[in-house]
Design a protein around this ligand. Structure first.
Ligand code: FAD
Length: 281
């Protein structure tokens, strides 16, 4: 199918992009890599009357260190994240996860901001920003606000973004090397049947674990994290904690994987991710 008719704008600054979005309200949609929005338009699942292409908005690009945090512009592509030497040194979970996304063409075109704003329940970035306790910088015509990643994903493919707002940047704190992303993918698309991001803070004797692909929204595995507080992250500690990875969650079931299988993957991949983060595998 071909999309319905739409106006196309390519603003050169963040201010111009926000002005266009404010002027057209619910009729307008930002366009990033187009890997999700364009197919949705072709199927007429999305019918924006106005597309605001963010490709030339420099303020939305790049990865930099600012006041002890790492700031990633929303239009940074998966490939740029995968190749970043700053991230390899300071936040290696982002580099590892980027390599898991799609194929080379998808990584060259798709953006971290587009992925987070789209909030596909099987996408790879949501569990990563959750496990890193990232803050998401949202900007609209009336100003900027920061939302914790834990408050950003509100329902299936729904986020805290309001009409006219853009996800401008993702702020993360540097981590050590005790991190891992373990994914079982749906073979045709590469999307996650279950992806688990784990970050171990040895000094604080705690871990963050977040899971995608299993439920309608990505989630922090709170029971797993609670079970690991104060432990030495031994194999036995991890095996016991990982058993709770799908507790209290309503797993999705579809032609690719049943509810039971997704819950099983959540437990297995949580144990694997924590073992890898602990440096044993
Ligand atoms: P777009 O499609 O341009 O936009 C998506 C949505 O976000 C739209 O609603 C748009 O209006 C909105 N939006 C975009 N940018 C912003 C912003 N800055 N602020 C507010 N709203 C915004 N993803 C994975 O995680 N793992 C995979 O394995 C994977 N495999 C893929 C395989 C294929 C064949 C394809 C086509 C895609 C795959 N993807 C995968 C998804 C892809 O990597 C992109 O992340 C995803 O399509 C969205 O990013 P985009 O930049 O293309 O956004």
């Amino acid at each position: 199918m071909i999309p319905g008719q739409f106006e196309y704008h390519q603003p050169a600054s963040l201010g111009d992009a926000l002005a266009l979005l404010a002027r057209h309200g619910d009729d307008a949609r930002p366009l990033a890599g187009g890997h999700s929005l364009v197919p949705a338009m072709r199927l007429r699942l999305a019918e924006p009357r106005v597309l605001v292409d963010l490709a030339r908005v420099k303020e939305l690009r790049g990865i930099e260190e600012r006041d002890g945090a790492i700031v990633i512009g929303a239009m940074t592509t998966h490939a740029e994240l995968a190749a970043s030497s700053l991230l390899a040194k300071k936040c290696p979970l982002l580099v590892e996860a980027a390599h898991h996304i799609g194929d080379l063409q998808v990584r060259n075109r798709g953006t971290i901001g587009g992925s987070l704003a789209h909030a596909d329940p099987a996408a790879d970035w949501p569990p990563v920003v959750l496990a890193l306790d990232a803050e998401l910088e949202l900007t609209g015509a009336k100003g900027t606000r920061k939302v914790a990643a834990t408050k950003f994903f509100t329902d299936i493919m729904q986020t805290a973004l309001k009409t006219g707002e853009l996800l401008q940047a993702i702020h993360v704190k540097p981590t050590g090397a005790s991190v891992a992303y373990v994914k079982t993918e749906q073979k045709a698309s590469g999307f996650a049947l279950c992806g688990v991001a784990a970050v171990i803070d040895r000094a604080a004797k705690r871990a963050s674990v977040a899971i995608t692909g299993v439920a309608a929204t990505p989630y922090r595995a709170a029971d797993v994290e609670r079970a690991l507080v104060g432990t030495s992250m031994s194999a036995a500690d991890i095996a016991k904690a990982a058993k709770t990875a799908a507790d209290g969650v309503q797993p999705l079931g579809d032609i690719h994987a049943s509810e039971e299988y997704r819950a099983h993957l959540a437990r297995v991949n949580t144990a694997r991710a924590l073992e890898r983060a602990a440096g044993r595998k």
